[in-house]
Design a binder for this molecule. Structure first.
Ligand SMILES: [Zn+2]
Length: 281
């Protein structure tokens, strides 16, 4: 009995150590991966990514092989200006991987940027090479997205520029260093005629010299959608330099002046009156 009591006392003393030792050798369950319905502990929680809309068909087509045109945030401007699917067109990438810079980069709807990229790749480059003997280095962007009424006339309809659906081109620069102004009467006429024909085929509005008095030094193009099947607007007088007067005309002027008959001063050509609803875009 005495031995039993001693044994019990010994077991009582030893057991806690046995339990500790046993606990140390029993493997712990491996942590389970968290399912979607479970919440990870705070220390491993990853930020939930913001839902992003799927890219537009245009966005998928306008790849880095065709244009350097990163997407930018939607624009929510005053008075309905702005829109979605906006890009910043920085350069058009040609089939040989060379680039035509858009200077400064143009903020445009993707569809408009794609149309410009296609025009530069498929029309402008060939026109310049054929008529001017050089490749194009850059296109001078005079205006792209700009929240304003047409022709900056207060109360007029919103310009297509306000939707990022228009661009004004001031000039292009060639690889040989020349700057070519499409409104310059001294630039090869074939080149300017080709430019006009190509943009009028691609865009729904083209306004240049002779259109409304607001486009004497640049070319406006946009993709305005017209209702009721309205035709595209293609208004650009590809002018020639003023021709010198023939000698007979000079002689006639001299004779009239000698006779004291004043001739009327030729009036500068004035464009048609601007209808604010249909004027410059
Ligand atoms: Zn414009």
């Amino acid at each position: 009995m005495k031995r039993s009591c001693a044994t019990i006392a010994l077991v009582t003393l030893v057991m806690p150590f046995v339990e500790v030792a046993a606990a140390q050798t029993v493997p712990l369950p491996r942590p389970r991966p968290f399912s979607n319905s479970e919440t990870a502990p705070a220390h491993t929680a990853a930020p939930v990514p913001k839902a992003t809309p799927s890219p537009s068909v245009c966005r998928l087509r306008l790849t880095p092989e065709r244009a350097i045109a990163p997407s930018v945030d939607d624009i929510d401007g005053p008075g309905g200006c702005g829109g979605a699917d906006i890009v910043r067109l920085e350069a058009v990438v040609m089939s040989d991987n060379s680039r035509v810079e858009i200077n400064p980069p143009a903020v445009l709807q993707c569809s408009m940027a794609e149309a410009i990229a296609n025009w530069v790749r498929d029309d402008l480059a060939e026109l310049a090479a054929f008529n001017l003997g050089s490749r194009v280095r850059s296109v001078r962007n005079y205006a792209s997205y700009h929240c304003r009424p047409r022709n900056n006339i207060i109360g007029a309809m919103m310009s297509e520029h306000g939707k990022g659906n228009a661009i004004d081109v001031r000039s292009i620069t060639l690889v040989n260093g020349q700057t070519i102004d499409p409104t310059d009467v001294h630039v090869a006429r074939e080149f300017r005629e080709g430019w006009k024909k190509s943009v009028c085929a691609r865009f729904s509005t083209v306004l240049g010299p002779g259109s409304d008095g607001y486009h004497e030094n640049h070319i406006h193009v946009d993709l305005m959608v017209r209702r009721n099947g309205y035709r595209a607007m293609c208004q650009w007088d590809v002018r020639m330099p003023a021709e010198p007067k023939p000698e007979s005309a000079v002689a006639a002027v001299t004779t009239d002046a000698t006779a004291g008959v004043p001739l009327p001063t030729p009036r500068p050509k004035v464009g048609p009156k601007v209808d604010p609803a249909r004027g410059r875009k």
